[in-house]
Design a protein around this ligand. Structure first.
Ligand SMILES: CC(C)(COP(=O)(O)OP(=O)(O)OC[C@H]1O[C@@H](n2cnc3c(N)ncnc32)[C@H](O)[C@@H]1OP(=O)(O)O)[C@@H](O)C(=O)NCCC(=O)NCCS
Length: 337
């Protein structure tokens, strides 16, 4: 690693002490979707890599999923919820308009000491969240934090739009970050980017202040997610390559130094195409989209949890998290695990 990055080593680093994920039991397979809309397992698998996705029932909310993932991460970290300093929930499908989903998670966990907020950066929310915690821990302001990505995208999916409904699923993933004085391990570097000019590429317009609930919608479909798939596809490949390249350059690392890249799981073809441009071999790219579809902010922590538990990464490995999504937003974290 670049000497400058090593020497910049802050007094404290944010180390991943625990991780966990949770997905609703109910699944919706491509075959089942093909009975609802004009599509096929072959088309979906070929264009996206998705085979099935987890879907919440009416009684399963975002805070419920987030809490279940958080409990697993806390158990892994051997940390009592009462000791938490900060809880961030990254989501675009919050529990309600307010209070924040994080407030419900705090209540569910009994994390009395924590200050809490939601982070709305769509699919990049978890990566943005880690970057924020990195700053607070490095400055010595907090000693630990819980960052959760949690989504119930099925609740804002237009199930009659075959160009979008095949893509999304529900779930949650969480990590506990703790202050460490071992300068080597932890989050080494983060970058974050955005481009509001492209907001129309991915959006869900109702019911915010532009389309309040007390006014009849001109287009009732505005309560659902809208995507311009082709536009997003091209941007996503470009931005993932850009974020990872910046990480490598900034840290003085090469692809050989990286053990695994865990990308937001938006489409296997997008990830493979970005990996090819980065000269990343297959074994350094983790994919679990076949089982989950795109779970937005939850996707990176769910993938990370599965990657660790399946033994594909181990303590001491250097990994990169990278995400891209609505906003547009994108960013990455370099972590010595
Ligand atoms: C959505 C996505 C899978 C579509 O794949 P694509 O190869 O770009 O496909 P196109 O949109 O060009 O459509 C190709 C054809 O398939 C058809 N099609 C679209 N959805 C279909 C479906 N579910 N089943 C069968 N055919 C479908 C289209 O109508 C079109 O038909 P036509 O050629 O007769 O007009 C792809 O663009 C994508 O993954 N984009 C990014 C997804 C995204 O936004 N994720 C969230 C951001 S993180």
């Amino acid at each position: 690693m670049n000497k400058e990055v090593r020497e910049r080593s802050p007094l404290y680093r944010a180390v991943i002490a625990g991780y966990g994920s949770f997905a609703p039991e109910k699944k919706l397979t491509n075959e089942e979707l093909a009975k609802m809309i004009d599509t096929s397992d072959e088309w979906i698998t070929d264009r996206t890599g998705i085979k099935t996705r987890h879907i919440t029932t009416d009684s399963e909310s975002t805070a419920f999923l987030a809490t279940e993932a958080a409990k697993k991460a806390l158990a892994e970290a051997h940390l009592d919820a009462g000791e938490l300093d900060l809880i961030i929930v990254a989501t675009i499908t919050p529990e309600m308009v307010f209070p924040s989903t994080a407030s419900f998670v705090q209540r569910n966990l009994g994390a009395k000491k924590a200050w809490v907020f939601d982070l709305a950066a769509a699919c990049s929310g978890f990566v943005y969240g880690l970057s924020i915690v990195q700053q607070f821990i490095e400055s010595g302001r907090i000693k630990n934090a819980l960052v959760i990505g949690a989504e119930t995208l099925s609740k804002i999916t237009n199930w009659s739009d075959r160009t979008s409904c095949i893509l999304f699923g529900d779930g949650a993933g969480a990590v506990v970050l703790e202050k460490s004085e071992d300068g080597r391990k932890g989050i080494i570097y983060s970058n974050m980017f955005s481009d509001g000019d492209c907001w129309q590429a991915l959006n869900c317009q109702a019911y915010g202040s532009r389309h309040p609930a007390n006014k009849k919608l001109e287009d009732p479909k505005k309560i659902y997610m809208e995507i311009k798939g082709r536009e997003v596809y091209q941007q996503a490949v470009r931005r993932i390559v850009e974020a990872v390249t910046d990480c490598l350059e900034h840290c003085g690392l090469s692809i050989d130094d990286i053990n695994m890249v865990i990308s937001h799981q938006m489409n296997a073809r997008i990830i493979e195409s970005a990996a090819k441009r980065l000269n990343l071999p297959d074994e350094k790219v983790f994919l679990n989209i076949a089982e989950y579809g795109n779970t937005s902010a939850a996707s990176v922590p769910i993938a990370f949890n599965e990657c660790v538990r399946s033994g594909k990464i181990k303590r001491g490995d250097i990994i990169i998290f990278v995400a891209f999504g609505a906003g547009l937003t994108w960013g990455a974290n370099v972590i010595e695990f």
